[in-house]
Write a protein that binds this ligand. Structure first.
Ligand code: MF3
Ligand code: CO
Length: 250
């Protein structure tokens, strides 16, 4: 069941979204060559707490850290550790914050130093896919049109969309209905939703340069591409309004 949010609830979600957005701005400033993903986790966790937020990933189904930090072939759910960022890496950082009982969730993929042309275009295509999806997120459009816009754009660029993980509704819970796949399937069309005012959605294209098959590492969390080729992830929390989507994590 999709839970629509009232203006009062959206106002709180704006505040959660603001903390997430500012934490991601800070991420761009501090994620440099030589910094460990554990350092990033510590700094961002401190920042979120200082702003009155709660890092929601920590403890979620036993997840041990406050952010996800996924490098290169890692798609999502990379666990921060002592690994140092290196020149040429691409780093995806995903943050979820609860504020006053409501959640905001967003992710970016950023270059560390000088990256390959392939990596550059992967990042550009993923961010653009998210922007196109947001443009499709308006009252009376169908959810499948959002998914289709991502798939068509990404595949048109010769890249693949990850199929094993999806975006999601968001609100009091980090994961609410509906699921938001980044591709169109029979199942999606069968369960298609008409977008209505007050729906809050975390739209999150995860894409890769090779094949879309995934694997989970032995730590039980980190998702990687099976072919170990590069992957990227961008995410925003948005709310459907009468005049299009309002992005809460910008
Ligand atoms: N943004 C991700 C999601 O929507 C992050 C969840 S990671 C977890 O699922 F650690 F909290 F599980
Ligand atoms: Co999410």
């Amino acid at each position: 069941m999709v839970i629509r949010k009232s203006e009062r609830e959206i106002e709180i979600m704006r505040k959660a979204g603001r903390i997430v957005a500012d934490a991601l701005v800070m991420t761009r400033e501090i994620a440099k060559e030589g910094v460990t993903t554990e350092d990033l986790n510590t700094r961002l966790e401190e920042y979120v707490l200082q702003k009155g937020g709660i890092p929601v990933f920590k403890g979620y189904r036993g997840y041990p850290k406050s952010i996800c930090a996924s490098i290169n072939e890692e798609i999502v759910h990379g666990i921060p550790n002592q690994r140092k960022l290196r020149n040429g890496d691409i780093l995806s950082v995903d943050i979820g914050v609860e504020y006053n009982k409501y959640v905001g969730d967003a992710a970016i993929t950023i270059p560390i130093g000088e990256i390959s042309e392939e990596a550059e275009s992967l990042l550009r295509v993923c961010e653009e896919a998210l922007n196109k999806a947001i443009e499709k997120t308006c009252v009376n459009n169908k959810l499948s049109e959002v998914s289709r816009s991502i798939q068509e754009y990404v595949e048109g660029k010769g890249m693949s969309v990850i199929r094993d993980y999806t975006g999601h509704g968001i609100g009091r819970q980090m994961h609410e209905d509906p699921q938001i796949p980044n591709f169109v399937s029979k199942e999606l069309l069968r369960a298609d939703e008409v977008l209505l005012q007050g729906m809050a959605l975390a739209i999150e294209p995860m894409i890769c340069v090779g094949n879309y098959d995934t694997e989970v590492l032995k730590n039980k969390w980190t998702v990687v591409t099976k072919d170990r080729k590069l992957s990227a992830h961008f995410e925003h929390t948005v709310v459907v309004t009468e005049n299009g989507a309002e992005v809460l994590t910008i």
